[in-house]
Write a protein that binds this ligand. Structure first.
Ligand code: SF4
Ligand code: SF4
Length: 84
């Protein structure tokens, strides 16, 4: 499933440059993740890199976007085709 940034975010900008899918953006109050672009880093890294760099652990699974590993891989492939 795509990940979600909670309102605890302190807008530190650690995660945004690390996202390989450019899924993270500055929202009105705190950083947000575009669920259509987040693959949980499937296709790039073994673990979500934004979670690894976030100093306050405010990035969590988004229950509104349940996805299996195969669906995340398909999303990665579609994004990769579009961007290449
Ligand atoms: S899990 Fe990966 S793809 Fe999703 S927002 Fe975080 S860094 Fe980007
Ligand atoms: S790393 Fe965490 S606290 Fe920093 S901007 Fe990203 S989500 Fe917010």
């Amino acid at each position: 499933m795509a990940l979600l940034i909670t309102s605890e975010c302190i807008n530190c900008d650690m995660c945004l440059p690390e996202c390989p899918n450019t899924a993270i953006f500055e929202g009105k109050k705190f950083y947000e993740i575009d669920a259509n672009r987040c693959t949980e880093c499937v296709g790039f890294y073994p673990e979500p890199t934004c979670v690894a760099v976030c100093p306050i652990n405010c990035i969590i699974p988004d229950p509104a976007h349940p996805e299996e590993q195969t669906q995340l891989l398909e999303k990665f492939q579609q994004l990769n085709i579009i961007s290449n």
